[in-house]
Design a protein around this ligand. Structure first.
Ligand code: GRF
Length: 268
């Protein structure tokens, strides 16, 4: 019997990727179920999609956490296991040379919100966490507590560009503004940087001279809805492995290798 993985999802907006994953689970294209959906945005319309399918939802209001901390830091309970210098040394979200007070503010408010995320998520005993249009970066405080085995990462993200080109919040707009003739999307594991983790899958599409940004976005999203479930299924089938690879520049990287499907090995 196939093992159904328990998938937790985080969204910030309309949740069309979430919908694609829910549908793929229902259709048997993913051996898994979405067991909870969380958001940083109390008004995320995608929450309604989860509710329609009877999936529990929760909100961690990042904006409120940041506001409270800014107004009165002492009123905020910082997680006791949060070690600012240790997290600052590992984070790759703020560039070197960023003002120390800014780094501390950013990482502390992140840790406060992430501690709430962790307690909401762990109650659902998830195997895989997917970011589906979740517009907050995750700090090492959160990532290390989810990835207790660094060789078995279990946070995935979908990004609207062919990484490593155009990381950031609006990959399609950046691709279009650059005048690229090819656009695409990428599913990757989340690491300490922004959209920098090991790539699991990518799909590309041609950008025609008559295309508008809206047309590019629309084409890209439709491709995302197929790519994300396919990558999640690879995880469910335990076919994703990390491997250390050396590049010409001598800089090593963790990359994802995809093992053949069990059926492909039959008779091999
Ligand atoms: C998608 O393009 C996704 O890649 C990006 O956010 C967009 C919105 O996705 N991260 P959704 O409709 O909320 O799933």
């Amino acid at each position: 019997m196939k093992h159904a993985i328990r998938i937790a999802a985080l969204i910030s907006g309309s949740g069309t990727n979430l919908q694609a994953v829910i549908d793929a689970c229902a259709a048997g294209r993913i051996d898994g179920d979405v067991v909870c959906v969380g958001t940083d945005n109390p008004n995320a319309s995608g929450l309604e999609r989860a509710r329609r399918h009877g999936i529990p939802t929760f909100v961690v209001d990042y904006a409120a956490v940041i506001r409270r901390f800014r107004e009165d830091p002492r009123s905020t309970a910082v997680p006791p296991d949060f070690d600012p210098p240790e997290i600052a040394a590992r984070q790759n979200l703020l560039p070197p040379g960023t003002d120390a007070a800014r780094v501390k503010f950013f990482l502390t408010t992140r840790a406060v919100a992430e501690a709430d995320l962790l307690s909401a998520l762990t109650a659902h005993r998830f195997d895989l966490l997917i970011l589906a249009g979740f517009m907050r970066t995750l700090s090492p405080y959160f990532i290390d507590r989810v990835n207790s085995d660094p060789m078995r990462p279990r946070i995935m993200n979908i990004h609207p560009a062919l990484l490593p080109a155009f990381p950031g919040t609006d990959g399609y707009a950046d691709t279009f503004a650059y005048g690229c003739k090819v656009g695409g999307c990428t599913v990757h594991f989340v690491d300490y940087g922004e959209d920098s983790g090991p790539i699991i899958g990518q799909r590309a599409f041609a950008i025609q001279p008559e295309d508008t940004l809206e047309a590019v976005r629309k084409r890209g999203l439709a491709i995302e809805w197929a790519l994300y479930p396919a990558c999640i299924q690879l995880f469910a089938q335990k076919r994703l492995e990390l491997e250390r690879r050396c590049s010409q520049s001598g800089r090593d990287r963790w990359v994802v290798t995809i093992k053949p499907a069990a059926e492909d090995l039959k008779g091999a």
